[in-house]
Ligand binder design. Structure first.
Ligand code: NAD
Ligand code: 6OD
Length: 501
């Protein structure tokens, strides 16, 4: 293994302030790999150069991870493993401003959002799974044997070995550590392939792992793209036992195909076309505040964001007027500028996709309540990948806008007349990740909440997370559940020991 870097995020050349992001393998930042640009979406400027891991670097990472599992990391006491994970959480907090700055540079998201959501959750993920792993029991069964005697069965939980973590760009540190923390809590070694758009905080986490004394190879980072690149090479490597993936549904399909010959364990958090239902008995101010946040947070780039909102007819106009006012009050701009609460989309490519959907909505007969284009911004933000927050009415349930995931700051608002109709419309989707129901009727809250074909139904709230609960999607929104014991069940497997007494 070649040159190592102790500070991979240092500027590559002091005059350009472009950072150099190396692959992190076996506890070292290694030289090599084809360089590629990492762009700040708020300004369109290149702010870092990452290095695409080739087949050799991927293989080195798998070997380093395997050695960690068979060595110090795999043989560590639970107490020590938990203490190290807690130290990782502490260190993320101690270096909070650096994580914040790196996340903002990669995503362009408003400072307040990264400050209150992304970075704190990065630390919280390590704390919660360090606790969860200490509090779990395994099953024991005493049985009668055919000869009239007894036998005792008990299970021990074992790590899977080497786990590949493939993560997306929308909440980079949050979604990556949501997988890394439970996988490591179980004693696995991980190889993370962060999104090519947002490699910085994952790289920084490599530094943190060394600072807390994590054994070399327990945490590795490979950079690059998906098909034909580091992502696919990781999935195809026979030494990787399991893959946990967050991203688009069609990418999940591709990963499944590549992983199939090796029968790898898979956990998928995929796309969504989430619904919200607003009943006439809802607290309207709360519904408007909650759902405008849900639709526009992170510029709509949250897999849980509702892009279809069904509203009971008597309150339809009031709801639409409230949402319009909220959308128009959002302030786009540079992440650190005063009062900015609305960032860019992740890339120019994604902006083109979202703007194509904005045009499609009009072609499909939508009334544009607000937005539908790009904002006029000045200064550095003029070159950022911004679009306007957008609300449509007048679309039919069968419009592509109401069926395909857009992943932008937009929603279609559609009226309904009965509870049964609302449930039917909300469930009429290929996806099933999340729903958000707004009502003051307690019976209806339970009834409709349970009728939703989704992994999580929020009532009078959205994206309120207890990390011990099951999280995941049904239909094309995913495979499996993570969170609390569900994560531990994925990242470990029991061996049953049967003792004839
Ligand atoms: P993406 O699927 O394009 O990419 C995700 C990751 O997969 C990236 O690291 C990418 O490089 C990698 N990848 C792409 N092709 C690959 C291949 N063939 N083999 C291996 N790796 C490959 O997703 P994205 O654009 O980064 O993220 C947005 C999508 O993620 C949206 O669809 C969103 O709904 C979904 N998402 C879902 C959840 C959830 O919890 N269900 C959470 C966040 C995002
Ligand atoms: O909160 C989480 O744990 C989680 N997985 C959120 C997913 C958000 C999607 O963008």
């Amino acid at each position: 293994m070649a040159t190592t870097y102790t500070r991979p995020l240092d500027t590559a050349s002091a005059d350009t302030h472009v950072r150099k992001l190396q692959n992190f393998v076996g506890g070292k930042f290694v030289e090599g790999g084809k360089p590629f640009d990492v762009v700040n979406p708020a300004t369109g400027e290149v702010h870092a150069i990452a290095h695409e891991a080739d087949a050799d670097i991927v293989d080195q990472a798998v070997k380093a991870a395997r050695a960690a599992v068979e060595g110090e990391w795999g043989n560590m006491t639970l107490a020590k493993r938990r203490a190290l994970l807690m130290r990782v959480a502490d260190r993320i907090e101690e270096r909070f401003d650096e994580f914040l700055e790196a996340e903002i540079a990669d995503t362009g998201k408003p400072h307040s959002l990264a400050h209150h959501l992304d970075i704190p959750r990065g630390a919280a993920n390590f704390r919660i799974f360090s606790d969860v792993i200490a509090s779990l029991s395994t099953e024991t069964f005493e049985m009668d044997t055919p000869d009239g005697g007894k036998a005792l069965n008990y299970a021990v939980r074992k790590p899977l070995g080497v786990v590949g973590v493939i993560s997306p760009w929308n909440l980079p540190l949050l979604l990556m550590t949501w997988k890394v923390a439970p996988a490591m809590a179980c004693g696995n070694a991980v190889i993370v392939k962060p999104s090519e758009e947002t490699p910085s905080t994952t790289t920084l986490l490599g530094e943190v792992m060394n600072e807390v004394g994590m054994p070399a190879g327990a945490f590795n980072v490979i950079h690059g793209f998906g098909p034909g690149s580091a992502g696919e090479k990781l999935v195809a490597h026979p030494g990787v036992r399991a893959l946990t993936f967050t991203g688009e549904t069609r990418t999940g399909t591709a990963i499944m195909k590549t992983a199939a010959p090796y029968v790898k364990a898979l956990s998928f958090e995929l796309g969504g076309k989430n619904s919200a239902i607003v009943f006439a008995d809802a607290d309207m101010d709360a519904a408007v505040a909650g759902l405008s946040r849900a639709v526009f947070l992170n510029t709509g780039q949250v897999c849980l964001a509702p892009e279809r909102i069904y509203v009971e007819r008597p309150v339809f106009d009031a709801f639409v007027a409230g949402m319009k006012a909220k959308a128009e009050a959002l302030k786009p701009g540079l992440p650190n500028d005063e009062g900015v609460d609305f960032g860019p989309l992740i890339s120019d490519e994604h902006r083109r996709k979202v703007l194509d959907y904005y045009a499609l909505a009009v072609a499909e007969g939508a009334t544009v309540v607000t937005g539908g284009g790009t904002p006029q911004l000045s200064g550095a933000a003029a070159n950022g990948f911004f679009v306007e927050p957008t609300i449509w009415t007048g679309l039919s349930q069968d419009a592509r806008i109401c069926r395909e995931e857009i992943f932008g700051p937009c929603c279609a608002v559609i009226p309904f007349d009965t509870e049964e109709e609302a449930v039917r419309l909300a469930n009429d989707s290929d996806y099933g990740l999340a729903s958000s129901i707004w009502t003051t009727n307690l019976s209806r809250a339970h009834r409709v909440g349970q009728a939703m074909e989704v992994g999580i139904s929020w009532v009078n709230c959205w994206f309120l997370r207890d990390l011990r609960t099951a999280f995941g999607g049904v239909k094309m929104s995913g495979i499996g559940r993570e969170g609390g014991v569900h994560s531990i069940n994925f990242y470990s497997e029991p061996t049953n020991i049967c003792i004839k007494l």
